[in-house]
Ligand binder design. Structure first.
Ligand SMILES: Cc1ncc(C[n+]2csc(CCOP(=O)(O)OP(=O)(O)O)c2C)c(N)n1
Length: 600
């Protein structure tokens, strides 16, 4: 059947039995396809029936679907004419792993970061109203993404409007790992019927009109007898609440969505799904199958930077009781699973709440403890004001272990950690270290533990390619490390760009310096080098605009030094997705480009 589906309207001719069969076909297709390409398997297995029902009832692109994060929209891609391109998912030149406006008119809004869907969908709904259109604007948001502050800002606004906004809350009780927080517990109580909906009579009527009254609703009814309970959080915010219903039951979903199509105010449909639905291994271990990698033939046996960070955290916490580990819902990705196990009282998962994570760390630091915020570079963007206002201006003692800095690969532009050096180095009071290997990272983290004030240690995704080139067991603030001495040309290498710099230097006989610190820069070393060499090159895994090379340029300018400097960094454009190596090649962060730059 799947081969005959080319556009959303093709499914509207199917009966329920055929829709169920199609869901099964899509499941098998997704398992096969994601096994080859890598991608978000469990989340997508959880949304097949929902997506079929949505496209069955609504008409995109006029009606609009905004998928939060966009990682669960593979069935949507398949139903909107992209099935044959699924084999290119997350690969260079292929389909994005998230929703992307430039990819399809059916992708109403691009995503990658979480908790944006209600704001975007509300914006669309308000625009529809102003343009006298009756189309429905729909946000699909997971219970994990709902924990992000933006969701609440958006609901606070939505509840005060008459916008034609439908929020579908896809509740599987999971973020990447188990969802955490009071809201998550609240949703569990809502499902079990312990919270009374003031709209309940309406809600129950609405459910009764469905082919089958849901077991969830029945249970709610029992709980209601003789009890007085407040209305749901959503209703208190002015958003009509419906549900909860089984998010894998296509006829129930269709009926519910048809009913909800006729209401034109902000409303929320709470559906219960199972992450990894229909694939036993994924149902049992949704975390493992949240994001899977394609088959790899890598022979690099070094541990990943994240793993080394996790080891450092555990080892250091044994000896230093001040250490508190904080993660915004990325415990596994940040290598913190063992820390959580060994130091449960000193491990804090704040849910998908980067802004809160940063300021929370600030508060903890005021009491003499040493919070370590493990955060991906791209998600630190969310906590920028908090970083400036709550940490740097108050010179608080917080370590930021900034993971996934630089080009990250298959997740693409939304996840690229290529801006942190630019947006951080302009902030006073802070130290920024870009270690060139995982061993160097260990030293940098040790340094930050003993330093008084905010320190950022930014390191890339994946494994370190080089071991250690240094002899010193510790690092000294603002001091670079000359790794190789050549003639005429000197290369200032930042972070993991030391590796291509070194291999290029063998061919052009250049001096190579592992700069270690982006802030404070090793000014004396830079000035001496600039005065002793004919040409200078800097290389960093960050946008060239305002990054580490720019910092060197500012210094040379201020000292009136005329030695030419060529800055190699990521160009000023929206980066593509592909393997990390492909992207390094595409953007000139490789040996050959260094050689060309040196020669030209
Ligand atoms: C701002 C931000 N922080 C962290 C992430 C990483 N992330 C991607 S999906 C996800 C979990 C989302 O959980 P949920 O919304 O419940 O969706 P599910 O995968 O369970 O369907 C997280 C934390 C992100 N995409 N954006």
């Amino acid at each position: 059947m799947l081969n005959n589906i080319h556009k959303p309207s093709d499914i509207k001719k199917l009966d329920i039995e055929e829709l169920n069969a199609l869901a099964e076909e899509i499941k098998l297709f997704l398992i096969d396809s994601i096994e080859q390409t890598g991608g978000h398997l469990s989340s997508n297995l959880g949304t097949i029936e929902l997506t079929l029902a949505m496209h069955y009832v609504f008409d995109t692109p006029n009606d609009t679907f905004v998928w939060d994060v966009g990682h669960q929209a593979y069935t949507h891609k398949i139903l909107t004419g992209r099935k044959d391109l699924m084999s290119t998912l997350r690969q260079k030149g292929g389909l994005s792993g998230f929703t992307k406006r430039s990819e399809s008119e059916h992708d109403a809004f691009g995503a990658g970061h979480s908790s944006t869907s209600i704001s975007a969908a509300l914006g669309i709904a308000i625009a529809n109203k102003l343009q006298h259109k009756s189309d429905t604007s729909i946000a699909v948001i997971g219970d994990g993404a709902l924990s992000g502050g933006m969701s609440f800002e958006a609901m606070n606004h939505a509840g005060d409007t008459d916008a034609n906004l439908l929020i579908i809350l896809n509740d599987n009780d999971m973020s990447i790992s188990q969802n955490v927080g009071a809201l998550s517990k609240y949703l569990t109580r809502l499902i079990s019927g312990k919270i009374y909906s003031t709209m309940k009579s309406k809600s129950l009527k609405f459910l009764e009109r469905l082919p089958r009254v849901q077991k969830f609703a029945k249970r709610s009814e029992e709980h209601l007898k003789g009890m007085f309970l407040p209305g749901t959080l959503f209703e208190e915010l002015g958003i009509e609440y419906f549900g909860p219903i089984d998010g894998h039951d296509i006829p129930v979903l269709i009926k519910a969505l048809k009913n909800l199509k006729n209401i034109e105010n902000p409303r929320i449909l709470h559906i219960i799904t199972k992450k990894g639905h229909g694939l036993e291994a994924a149902e049992q271990n949704p975390l493992k199958f949240h994001g899977i990698s394609p088959p790899s033939n890598s022979t690099n046996n070094f541990p990943s930077y994240s793993k080394v960070f996790g080891e450092w955290l555990c080892n250091s916490a044994k000896n230093d009781e001040r250490i508190i580990g904080i993660t915004p819902a990325m415990s596994e990705g940040s290598g913190m699973v063992n820390f959580e196990k060994n130091f449960p009282d000193r491990f804090i998962d704040v849910a998908i709440a980067e802004q809160h994570a940063v300021t929370l760390a600030g508060g903890i630091a005021t009491k003499g403890l040493k919070p370590v915020v493990a955060i991906y570079s791209t998600f630190l963007q969310r906590g920028y004001d908090q970083f400036i206002h709550d940490i740097a201006l108050q010179n608080l003692n917080v370590i930021f272990a900034i993971d996934r800095a630089g080009l990250v690969g298959a997740d693409g532009a939304t996840h690229a950690g290529i801006f942190d050096l630019s947006f951080l180095r302009c902030i006073p009071n802070i130290v920024i270290i870009a270690p060139s290997s995982s061993i160097e990272m260990y030293k940098a983290l040790n340094f930050s533990l003993n330093f008084d004030g905010p320190v950022c240690v930014r390191f890339p995704r994946g494994k370190s390619v080089i071991e250690d080139f240094t002899t010193s067991a510790s690092i000294e603030i603002g001091k670079g490390n000359i790794i190789r001495t050549g003639k005429d040309i000197a290369i200032f290498a930042f972070g993991n760009m030391l590796e291509p710099a070194l291999s290029a230097s063998e061919k052009i006989d250049a001096t190579v310096i592992d700069m270690r610190f982006v802030k404070p820069l090793d000014e004396n070393l830079i000035i001496d080098t600039a005065n002793s060499y004919k040409k200078l090159i800097s290389i960093e895994d960050n946008t060239a605009s305002g990054g580490a090379g720019s910092a060197i340029n500012e210094l040379l300018q201020s000292k009136n030094i005329k030695t030419p400097l060529h800055i190699i960094g990521v160009p000023d454009l929206v980066t593509e997705h592909g393997s990390q190596d492909e992207l390094y090649l595409l953007y000139g962060l490789h040996e050959e480009n260094i050689i060309n730059v040196a020669k030209n």
